[in-house]
Design a protein around this ligand. Structure first.
Ligand code: ZN
Ligand code: ZN
Length: 92
């Protein structure tokens, strides 16, 4: 059972949704309504993508309703999923 496949699993998405339901204040801009998980230590640097201690709420492609930022996309090291690849191109 490789851990990587869990990234797309129902359990992971459910955990992510629950995390965001409990923590919706973006750790980058400090405004509410965060809708993606940011990884504090980049997964590319060896962090476990499922380690919730390493999760932080952030705004993604739908952007912050308060300041209008795509916080996670602006930060660069996007690790939350394939959907954000498009937004990275916009901000590259
Ligand atoms: Zn934000
Ligand atoms: Zn904001």
């Amino acid at each position: 059972m490789a851990g990587r496949t869990d990234l797309t699993s129902y359990a992971y998405r459910k955990a992510r949704a629950r995390f965001l339901a409990d923590n919706d204040v973006c750790h980058i801009c400090g405004h509410p309504a965060a809708n993606v998980i940011d990884h504090v230590r980049p997964v590319a640097a060896g962090a476990d993508p499922r380690d919730q201690d390493n999760w932080a709420p952030a705004h993604g492609v739908t952007k912050c309703p308060t300041c209008g930022r795509n916080c996670n996309g602006t930060k660069g090291a996007t690790t939350t999923g394939p959907r954000l690849v498009t937004s990275r191109d916009w901000y590259a």
